[in-house]
Write a protein that binds this ligand. Sequence first.
Ligand code: PLP
Length: 433
Amino acid sequence: MPHDPNAHTVSAMDLTLSPALLDAADPLQTFRDRFVHDDSGLNYLDGNSLGRLPKATETLLQDVITRQWGERLIRSWNEGWIDLPARVGDKIAHLLGAEEHEVVVADSTSVNLYKLAVAALASVRGSGRKYIVTDDMNFPSDIYILQRVVAHFGGEFVLRIIPSPDGIHADMDALLTALDDSVALVSLSHTCFKSAYVYDMAKVCAAARAAGAITLWDLSHSAGAVVVELNQAGADLAVGCSYKYLNGGPGAPAWLFASTEMQRTLRNPIGGWMGQQDPFDFGLTYTQEPGIRGFLTGTPSVLALAAIEPGVDLLLEAGMERLRAKSMRQSEYLITLWQKELAPLGFTLNTPRDVALRGSHVSLGHVEGWRIDQALIHERNTLPDFRQPDNIRLGIAPLYNTFSEVHAAIQALKAIVEEGAHLGYSPYQGMVT
Ligand SMILES: *Cc1c(COP(=O)(O)O)cnc(C)c1O
């Protein structure tokens, strides 16, 4: 069995120490200053939805706008822009246990999922394999995309959604039992967006491979938060977004991974000129560029793509092993505080208790979850996010969140409920949370 990099136990660090002492002992504490913070003292626990702005990104974007675009104009394509999707992809590959030339930045996560799912299924058409297997904890957009993929093939494939027994953990037994020679594709979120459950990627990949099925992972809540070893695990395909723990900015282009083996066999279903061999020959017949660039389609959004790199550099500098170790300590600390301070007030833990099965956010449920969330934002200068029906999601971005922030958020939740501060808020829910 390959070594499972997420199966650490939390180090012996005493989580009963004061948060200030825990922060002082944090080997990654200096990274916080590499990000922009306004002076309002905002307690930002939403880095799993939109990462903070790295200071280096501000500087870089100024250069991209003023010099690269303003002065160099079209010459900049040959001075670096054309290579950005692959160059930034190479850096992201280092975060994911992939080789350079196996990751490229393009499009959105949803579009990349569509491209790779269609490519994978097209490669097994006529083999008698029928099922696309996923679970009901997957991100809804992924389910929608898989439904459209089924429609694309006119019913040749069927989507099978394995239910979670409790909305928190996956049903691994049901999944592994489902993986037989009727399965074409297994598509799962590695870290589930609501509960933060983390799949054992190596185990799923081994079972899928034994069954002859292709694996396609969504790493949006894993990249930059948990240790991922795509090649060691034997993963075939993966996608993920860049604006969460990678800190690439709102709507940053996403990325996709195709193993070297998959690159040889899969055909990009949206083959456009950026994935064409010799695009500037302007020939009239599509020939897919060999390698990962073949999965590109159209012209990259350069400003948004350039903005990804500094955040990725910070993660590489900190190192995924150290980031994961800190994140595990922080979520364990949060849960220890939940048990003592919040469980008696009706908060439930909607996240796996086992640190090895948990990503980098903690979902706390409460019947008054929405109103408590509003009070946290408006009265306590604390920004979590909220997921239906009652999840207050507290995201821990180990590059910049402190133990003091975790501690303060728990104290704020406690005070709100004890004082009834949430009772003045409307129970009706807004749009983007
Ligand atoms: C955030 C997220 C996405 C984002 O998809 P886009 O198409 O880039 O908007 C996709 N999948 C998961 C699991 C996510 O958490």
